[in-house]
Design a protein around this ligand. Structure first.
Ligand SMILES: NC(=O)c1ccc[n+]([C@@H]2O[C@H](COP(=O)([O-])OP(=O)(O)OC[C@H]3O[C@@H](n4cnc5c(N)ncnc54)[C@H](OP(=O)(O)O)[C@@H]3O)[C@@H](O)[C@H]2O)c1
Length: 437
């Protein structure tokens, strides 16, 4: 760093990298006014320079070899926006070992390899920041780390995956089936060619791992989360949910319980009266309850060039304040403590209300047999709907809402009900959002 000038190198000039470059090249005056620092985009490493980009890169070194950025002694901050595991992981490690601060949007890497990366950062007296990894442009990481620092986080509920939210919104508003809504999302650029991570819940689980690690001041094991995606939700389930006064969302849940954290991602019926039910299309939102602040909600664009670029630059400015300090003073508390583990309560020990949908052969006694199995497992029914209309194969849908019951009991009951010859295999269990106390 030279006379309050901060030199930045970007690895990967795709969607996010381009957003960062645009801000650094066009918002210099604004950033200087707000931080007293001059931010200089010194170099970019990108393997594909053929693609046309709406950027004037005069004065910026355009490289193909990321290692030239990482090893450049003038570079203060490396921005990793390549994505994926390798070579991104190795590049970040190398940059940290070269004592450069790193900013990344790579949620998969932070969630699954964060422990190793934060250790390396700590050993080298530098920071690894990741505001853009959750909620795109929404400042939720800083919200938790700074704004809510005085609070124990009791609960968080997040709509964290824009693709799933877009699909579910289209299914709700225009009665599309899942496949139709997915195709539309892909055509509009909201879904990847391979949408597994999005619709399977993995992407939201990566983000929940990061939020939970911050809130619990330790590193959560990603593999301990319960994760279920939205692929089994049908147009029929949406219309049943509507008739009961609910909206189905892919919800990430964090609850601090006496014996650990309840962490899960699954499709959830949210009462239409709750703010989260109104978060539509590709937008994201995170509801956070702190013990002193009470209820708060963060809302905004969860992805895209400009919002994600905005989040990355906020980390760059944040880190640059450290660069003004003397060598050895850069001990910040921004990162997640890699030494601290966090206990996650297994899903089998959690209690929930449930939505159950079966297709059953239309004959007398079916409902009482299902209710009988639920009763034997201490699960009581709160509402029930049986459609009269027959499907083409003479099966009719039955939908039940239950009172609160144990997940373990529900699993056992479903195993038993699934064995009835009159029940089709494709039954569905969803959970209801119960913001109890
Ligand atoms: N897109 C979003 O809205 C968003 C939001 C939040 C977080 N993120 C995260 O941000 C990261 C980047 O996402 P993105 O959407 O910007 O991806 P992207 O558009 O695919 O950009 C990645 C860029 O890196 C280039 N690249 C690949 N290997 C490289 C290497 N070895 N050296 C230099 N450049 C290399 C790619 O070139 P080729 O295309 O030729 O491979 C591509 O231009 C991911 O971790 C993602 O999860 C994205």
């Amino acid at each position: 760093m030279n006379d309050h000038e901060v030199n930045i190198g970007i690895l990967g000039l795709g969607t996010v990298g381009t957003g960062v470059a645009k801000i650094l090249l066009t918002q210099q005056e604004l950033l200087k006014t707000r931080s007293t620092l001059t931010f200089r985009l010194k170099s970019i490493a990108e393997i594909d320079w053929e693609t046309k980009r709406d950027l004037n890169l005069d004065g910026v070194q355009c490289l193909t070899d990321a290692r030239r950025v990482i090893s450049d002694p003038e570079i203060d901050i490396v921005v990793e926006t390549i994505g994926g595991t390798e070579p991104a992981f190795s590049f970040i490690c190398e940059a940290l070992r070269n004592r450069k601060h790193v900013v990344t949007a790579n949620k998969a890497l932070i969630a699954t390899r964060g422990r190793e990366l934060f250790k390396i950062a700590k050993e080298n007296g530098v920071d690894l920041l990741f505001e853009a990894s959750v909620g795109g442009g929404i400042p939720i990481i800083k919200g938790l780390r700074e704004g809510l620092v005085a609070n124990k986080i009791e609960k968080m509920y997040g709509i964290l995956n824009g693709t799933s939210n877009y699909i579910l919104t289209r299914m709700h508003q225009d009665e599309l089936e899942f496949d139709q809504a997915l195709k539309e999302a892909q055509a509009k650029g909201f879904a990847e060619a391979d949408p597994t991570l999005d619709v399977g819940g993995g992407d939201a689980a990566h983000k929940l791992t990061i939020l939970a690690s911050l809130a619990a001041s330790g590193m959560v094991d990603f593999n301990a989360l319960y994760v279920e995606g939205i692929t089994a939700v049908t147009k029929l389930d949406i219309s049943f949910a509507k008739s009961f006064g609910y909206t189905i969302k892919l919800l990430a849940t964090y609850r601090s319980l006496a014996n650990g954290l309840d962490l899960r991602v699954h499709p959830t019926l949210i009462p239409n009266s709750h703010l989260l039910a109104a978060v539509n299309k590709e937008l994201n939102a995170i509801f956070v309850k702190g013990d002193f602040v009470g209820d708060t909600m963060f809302y905004g664009p969860g992805a895209g060039e400009r919002p994600t670029g905005s989040a990355i630059v906020s980390d760059i400015v944040d880190l640059s304040r450290d660069l003004l300090l003397k060598e050895g003073e850069q001990v910040s508390n921004r990162v997640i403590d890699p030494e601290q583990s966090v206990k996650v309560v297994p899903i089998s020990e959690i209690y929930n209300r449930f939505y159950l949908r079966f297709f059953t052969f239309d004959k007398p006694g079916v409902l009482s047999k299902i209710a009988g199995v639920l009763g034997e497992n201490n699960i009581s029914i709160s509402s029930m709907v049986q459609l009269e209309t027959h499907g083409k194969d003479n099966y009719v849908p039955i939908v039940l809402l239950t009172h609160e019951a144990s997940e373990a009991a529900m699993e056992k009951a479903l195993q038993e009900i699934g064995k009835f010859e009159f029940v089709k295999e494709n039954y569905l269990r969803l959970r209801l959002f119960e913001d109890l106390g």
